[in-house]
Design a protein around this ligand. Structure first.
Ligand SMILES: N=c1c2ncn([C@@H]3O[C@H](COP(=O)(O)OP(=O)(O)OP(=O)(O)O)[C@@H](O)[C@H]3O)c2ncn1[C@@H]1O[C@H](COP(=O)(O)O)[C@@H](O)[C@H]1O
Length: 106
């Protein structure tokens, strides 16, 4: 189990978005505007869906990673934080995150 989290990736994306590193793909993509970022997210989501239908395990793993990266780029470009999204998901469980963890731990 990797220790790398979406929070880690979101933080890297936030730093790159504000950097002047011309080699940064994130910086270049965000610089092109929200429409381009959203277009990339949509393309990667369709590619992930196709890989799932084709039962392409390795393809789906790779496309799912692209979807998560591009979703975080769209969130960054839109000023929506990963914390907000997690709170939205937590609200849907009807419990707090701590209660949810305690319940899974038995
Ligand atoms: N997870 C990713 C990640 N996933 C995909 N990609 C890039 O997304 C691009 C998608 O490829 P495509 O062929 O669809 O796009 P393209 O033809 O290159 O370009 P456009 O369509 O955007 O014009 C590739 O260039 C990948 O490098 C990513 N780029 C960066 N990250 C992460 O973001 C961090 C910061 O990256 P930089 O911003 O490049 O420093 C990295 O350390 C990684 O952790």
């Amino acid at each position: 189990m990797t220790d790398f989290t979406l929070k880690d990736l979101a933080e890297t994306i936030a730093v790159r978005a504000r950097s002047d590193d011309e080699k940064s793909y994130t910086r270049k993509l965000i610089g092109k505007g929200i429409s381009k970022c959203a277009q990339k997210l949509g393309e990667e989501a369709v590619e992930a869906a196709i890989a799932a239908v084709e039962r392409d395990h390795d393809g789906l793993r790779s496309e799912a990673a692209d979807v998560l990266y591009h979703l975080l780029v769209v969130l960054e470009a839109s000023g929506v934080t990963l914390d907000e999204v997690m709170a939205e998901l937590e609200g849907r469980t009807g419990r707090t995150g701590l209660e949810e963890k305690a319940s899974r731990a038995g």
